[in-house]
Design a protein around this ligand. Structure first.
Ligand SMILES: [Cu+2]
Length: 516
């Protein structure tokens, strides 16, 4: 499969993505991310950055941003701010690298724009330095909204710049080669576009271009309805694969998967079918893996007989006795760790005669990821058992990765069509308040019960970990409809998708402005 051409074909205009995500987050934040700060007093020259993280002592500062520029050599020591941890030894002979970034709100969303030198006019420019350098970043408020700039990997954070033309300066030594994210830490601003790369060392530039494969499953990657048929025998073969996959643009993670994607393959059988499940574990796996399907009546949902060592294969057979949409997952201790690494999927047991026809079916699953570094860190990310046990994920994702259903595979449909979303929560821990912004679910098969009458006209539906739902609705108005968990803080941790609806405007149903 040519993933690259697929990515390009389906890529959304960036401006839409940032605008939509910003909108989601602005709503989540009670609209205080809107540029109301335009109205505030202007021209505040802030002192250079001070420590503002807990548990640290601000360094004593004696310079202003203005004097700093003029007398940088004298002020170098005073302005080297160890924001967290010990005071780094400062080599007075070290080169000083200076950058100025100006904030901007425009049609590209919210951005940092380079000022002067090689980065002049560039949006979210790559900032570069060598190990041993001292770096000085001047942040200028160019739009009037409140901003800051942080490099969490280097424990660097500027003061907030509040009001047009306000400035702040942060100076810090760099010693570790690597690629680090810089961004604005105000809620929603990073997602709206205020993010760039800080690249230390020549070789690091290559790291910035990660080559890890996407583990995202295309939400349209599911078998069509089975149609009217008698029960039969079905053979399902899957392989447990551990691989380093793309977590976000500049971050990778070791995923554990069914068939190298998250979620695992969508399995579709009929009530009464006899189903053989064959699970292989790839030879290069480090862990034992297994499968527990909630559609199975039998010990462990199959997990008791499918603990498969690397390079081996096991199978079992079950009869599908209960129609419904069910989660399956790996059930090898520590089970939550295997699930949190991506080992979950959905199996649909169609009732006799199947479900009513729709124009599009989509396969979407929500999960959490627990990494040692905070959300947004770059490079390979390590799993944190501590955060898993604390149920404190750094990432929330649809279909495995940040941006999976925005940049890689936006859902697509047309006005007048009907859609059905098979939605499940792998978890392992968080309940989803599944919602599509700007739409109402015409029907929800609550708790994925296909034999109960569906709920009608639902705004937000609860889906527990290890649970699923089926939501159906008709599209009346073109636009971009965001898929979210209405626990909207999670959108700032990666949890957002989009349904792009194209077609004729329907001014009766929706139009801007007063009644026509
Ligand atoms: Cu596993």
């Amino acid at each position: 499969m040519n993933t690259h051409s697929m990515l390009h074909k389906k890529r959304l205009p960036v401006v839409w993505i940032v605008a939509l995500v910003w909108l989601v987050l602005a709503i989540a934040k009670g609209l205080d991310a809107t540029p109301l700060a335009f109205l505030e007093a202007v021209t505040v020259v802030a002192p250079p950055s001070v420590a503002s993280m807990p548990g640290t002592e601000p360094a004593t500062l004696s310079v202003t941003a203005e004097s700093h520029v003029a007398t940088v050599q004298d002020d170098r020591l005073a302005s080297v701010i160890p924001v967290v941890g010990q005071v780094a030894p400062v080599n007075m002979a070290a080169p000083l690298i200076q950058y100025t970034l100006r904030t901007n709100i425009g049609h590209e969303g919210m951005t940092f724009v380079g000022v002067g030198g090689a980065i002049d006019g560039l949006i979210n420019p790559n900032l570069t330095a060598q190990p041993g350098d001292i770096v000085e970043i001047t942040l200028v408020n160019g739009d009037g909204a409140e901003h800051d700039l942080m490099l969490p990997d280097l424990n660097v954070m500027t003061e907030h710049v509040t009001g047009l033309e306000a400035q702040t300066v942060v100076t810090f030594p760099v010693d570790q080669a690597g690629v680090y994210a810089y961004f604005c830490s105000l809620p929603g601003h990073r997602q709206a576009g205020m993010e760039g790369k800080f690249i230390v060392g020549a070789a690091a530039a290559e790291i910035a271009e990660s080559t890890a494969p996407s583990i995202v499953r295309d939400p349209t990657d599911l078998q069509p309805p089975l149609g009217v048929r008698e029960p039969t025998t079905v053979h399902i073969a899957m392989t447990a694969v551990e691989l380093e996959g793309q977590l976000a643009n500049d971050a990778t993670l070791t995923y554990w998967t069914f068939d190298s994607q998250v979620p695992g393959p969508f399995i579709r059988v009929r009530l009464g079918d006899t189903v053989e499940i064959k699970l292989r574990n790839a030879a290069d796996s480090r862990m034992v893996h297994s499968i527990d399907l909630h559609a199975v009546t039998g010990p462990g949902g199959g997990a008791t007989v499918t603990q498969v060592a690397p390079g081996e294969e096991k199978s079992f057979t079950f009869q599908a006795l209960n129609p419904g949409l069910y989660v399956y997952h790996c059930a090898t201790p520590m089970v939550a760790h295997h699930i949190a690494s991506g080992m979950y999927g959905l199996i649909l047991v169609e009732p006799e005669g199947g479900l009513p026809p729709v124009d599009h079916e989509f396969y979407v699953m929500q999960g959490e990821l627990y990494t040692q570094a905070p959300y947004g860190a770059t490079g390979p990310q390590a799993f944190s058992e501590e955060k898993l046990l604390a149920e404190a994920p750094e990432y929330y994702v649809f279909n495995g990765a940040v941006g999976a259903l925005i940049e890689q595979y936006p859902l697509q449909a047309k006005v007048g069509e009907t859609v059905r979303i098979f939605f499940g929560v792998g978890g392992p821990n968080a309940i989803s308040s599944f919602h599509v912004i700007g739409e109402i679910f015409d029907r929800v098969y609550d708790q994925a019960s296909l034999t109960s009458p569906p709920l009608t006209n639902v705004q937000t539906t609860l889906v527990p970990p290890g649970g699923a739902t089926v939501a159906e609705f008709k599209l009346e108005v073109p636009g971009h409809y965001m898929l979210v968990d209405h626990a909207l803080t999670r959108a700032a941790r990666g949890l957002a998708g989009v349904l792009v609806v194209e077609g004729e405007e329907n001014l009766t149903v929706f139009h801007e402005g007063p009644i026509q």
